[in-house]
Write a protein that binds this ligand. Structure first.
Ligand code: PLP
Length: 451
């Protein structure tokens, strides 16, 4: 095959049974584009001395092209890493009720901004916000696109061109390029740093308030790192007391924030939303898809008058949540109101799953595969909550001669399986593998381990 005239034409290829199959899957226009693209490539490489491909190889290339053009870049994966809020893997999987809310809101018209009783225009603000107020007792609530935009909205509204006081030990980078000082700059607020990298005292706040015209005091949760040793930070309650004496509002960026006490699971204490509100913080903000276990969102709770100001800022319109987010968030919040979060919200189900039960699952996996050992290990929370804290777990460990080759094969599964490599063993943590994905994981593993 070394004559360009032997190359089939587009029309000839369109008569072949394989191409007719492709057309039924991908449609005619896209299939024709793929044929043209492959024929062009063959002509170009022919000029450089490459031989002309036989027809069956041409057909394979056309199919590969169609697959790579249409394969979704965003797809489900099975998370066997044991990192519960894995930011690269999309943070929190949603509860069944949240999925149904998304399905129903997305597939039909909805009451997004419509009052059924009066038959007139309503407000999208009511959906998740009423639930948030009911659950936390906060006076006001606003939901925005994510927590980064929540911080931006608060600073832009309350402190543009004004000084915001923050401790040096809280000027953190969260990951994904979110740096507290950069967001502050973006909002037009002026950063006024107090304390040192490891220590800040109440008198640092008092001095700043006396000597500078501070408009807002900000506290940011360090989220993904710890400072250990010679450290100190006043309690949020004391900061609030000092600030309120001078009539300065306090905002608290909790990052993850939690509505549930984490130390009941043998973890450290993750700052709770209720605690900040009880301490008198004027505004507290946190993510929807970290420990709340819902969709991506930024949630701001606090004093009614300040929340009203936030709602009127032009930025609020630009960062408002969409109807799918509001549907899923409301369904997630309802689990908290009904006090069924531990059993209904996947991240809380994972956090609260007893180690013994995980051990039983890992043992069952090993028996099913007739291979691997069950080892004690650790799961982590991730998502910028509880840094350094782990949950005891049990792992299925599989020895592989070429561990990286096996990991790559696992990623070629559909859905792909993401495991972790430790000590030359491939580790699978049942804690983060959803019940409905277990069977696929085992079947696929069985198939690739047999040869
Ligand atoms: C995670 C985090 C953010 C950013 O939240 P997103 O919802 O990802 O935008 C902001 N501040 C803190 C302290 C965080 O931990």
């Amino acid at each position: 095959m070394n004559d360009l005239r032997l190359l089939p034409s587009v029309d000839q290829l369109l008569q072949t049974p394989s191409i007719l199959d492709y057309i039924s899957v991908y449609g005619r226009p896209l299939t024709v584009k793929a044929i043209r693209s492959v024929l062009d490539e063959v002509r170009n490489t022919y000029v450089n001395g490459e031989p002309i491909l036989p027809q069956d190889e041409l057909l394979d290339e056309i199919q590969d092209k169609l697959i790579s053009w249409t394969e979704p870049t965003l797809q489900q994966v099975i998370n066997a890493t044991g990192v519960i809020l894995h930011t690269n893997l999309g943070r929190a999987p949603l509860s069944q009720a949240a999925l149904i809310a998304i399905q129903e809101t997305a597939s039909s018209y909805s009451t997004l901004e419509y009052e059924l009783e009066k038959g007139r225009r309503g407000s999208r603000a009511i959906h998740a916000e009423d639930l948030l107020k009911r659950i936390t007792g906060a006076e006001g609530a606003i939901v925005v696109n994510n927590n980064a935009s929540a911080v931006l909205l608060i600073l832009s509204t309350l402190a543009r061109r004004r000084k915001v006081c923050i401790a040096r030990s809280q000027l953190v980078e969260i990951g994904g390029g979110f740096r507290i000082p950069d967001v502050m700059k973006q909002s037009g607020a002026k950063l006024f740093e107090i304390g040192t990298t490891n220590r800040v005292h109440l008198y640092d706040y008092e001095r700043a308030i006396q000597e500078e015209s501070i408009r807002l005091i900000m506290r940011a949760h360090r989220s993904n790192f710890q400072i250990l040793g010679f450290t100190s930070e006043p309690s949020i309650r004391d900061i609030v007391k000092v600030a309120h004496q001078a009539e300065i509002p306090v905002m608290d960026d909790l990052g993850s924030g939690s509505l549930i006490e984490t130390n009941q699971f043998g973890l450290g204490h993750e700052p709770m939303i209720q605690e900040s509100l009880a301490a008198g913080v004027d505004l507290v903000c946190f993510s929807g898809d970290k420990l709340l276990g819902g969709p991506q969102a930024g949630i701001i709770l606090g004093k009614g008058d300040l929340i009203s100001k936030l709602k009127k800022h032009p930025l609020a319109r630009a960062i408002r949540p969409d109807k799918l987010c509001l549907g899923a968030l409301s369904a997630t919040l309802l689990h908290y109101l009904k006090e069924e979060a531990l059993s209904k919200i996947p991240v809380w189900r994972m956090i609260s799953e007893p180690a013994e039960q995980i051990k039983a699952r890992a043992t069952q996996w090993a028996a099913h595969l007739d291979r691997g050992t069950v080892l004690q290990g650790e799961s982590t929370i991730g998502g910028g909550s509880l840094p350094g804290e782990t949950l005891p777990t049990w792992l299925l460990a599989i020895n592989a001669r070429h561990p990286n080759r096996l990991l790559s094969k696992l990623r070629q599964s559909s859905p792909p399986i993401i495991a972790r490599l430790d000590d030359d063993k491939i580790m699978f943590d049942p804690r983060t593998v959803l019940a409905e994905q277990e069977q696929h994981l085992l079947t696929y593993l069985n198939n690739i381990l047999i040869p």
